[in-house]
Ligand binder design. Sequence first.
Ligand code: FUB
Length: 411
Amino acid sequence: MKTNIILLLFISGIHLACANGNSSDTSGSETDNEQNDADSDGDSDTDSDSDSDGDSDSGGDSDGDSDTDADSDTDGDTDTDGDSDSDGDADADTQTDSASENANDTDDGTDSASNSDSAEETDNDTEPVVAENPVISVLNEDNADPEIMYYDGMYYIYPTTCPTRDWLSTYFKVYSSFDMVTWEDRGIILDSKNISWGNRTKAWAPTIQEKDGVFYFYFCLNHNIGVATSASPTGPFVDALGHPLVEGHIDPDVFIDDDGQAYLYYGQTTPRVRKLAADMISFEGSEVLLPTDNFREGVYVFKRDDRYYMMGSENDARDETYQVTYSIGTGPMGPFVKQPGLFLSKNGNMVGTGHNSVIQIPGTDNWFTAYHRHFIPGGGGQYREVCIQNMTFNEDGAIASAIPGETFVAP
Ligand code: FUB
């Protein structure tokens, strides 16, 4: 009996020793988990939800609203859903992605999900910057047809500028910005008094392209298109030809494809395209028409992935219904197929929204469009101001509408 009791105590001791051994392993793994939990507080974790490819999120809301959802990841990247609310405001929610919700193990074994939903808890967050529209607006001055360009860390906008509000503009200006939020008037870059041809008014709707260190500035003057050059995006620009490059047309747009071939688009009623020669101031080949239903003016072409997008403004610039639609093509000279729906159109008191241009922030899938609207208050087709809006793409390449808003989310 006594021997049995001793044997029993001995066996129990072995079990206890084994149990203690497991216990110390477990406590080790608990320690690891605690460290992981501590990391997920947003201090130094790489957010597994972050877009490694730099794509912008483009999820549409199931409620039909197109909210701006500018999530700021804890890894410092900023995902920008650039849609504006239909009320014209852009919501700029700062929150950590759900992946960085902290599952903190409690002593009783239950998980308490602690959502890091405040800027204080996510000290590595990059706050989305909500910028105000309009970005160029001068009392009693028409600013329209913005050509937006990104070059060497700086944003530029080249508008039509007319202080007499009658479309009889005589010079071109440029505005620049480091952040797309604050824009600086850099002054006159080309004055028609220095151009020898035309009646030197109706200085409209320019477009610009850098090539091999030279900036080529294509502009309208009295219903002709000229080209001027400069070594700097802020000019001064000098007329390159002494005569128009294209006669009898307006609203130029220049696009260079991946193979280095440059194209000049232009025209009213029917967009047209012609290959530019390597010197950028003469043509190669002949003009090709790109007939597009309801196209009025302001053609603009850009490329994303293998798709060529051709945008254009519809209706009269003086109408509130001035708006932008787009087509998709397989090549820079088409054929282009018009896509359903509107890209930019009036929203509340933001009317006459059109003649846009587009930029992509290099190395990202973050895109913006610059456009004009009738000046608020009291504007019209000859009294306009320049705005910017975020733009996003669906999986199939379709562009989500860029709803004109009083704000947009800066890069
Ligand atoms: O700004 C003058 C003219 O108005 C442009 O050339 C057109 O596109 C329209 O916006």
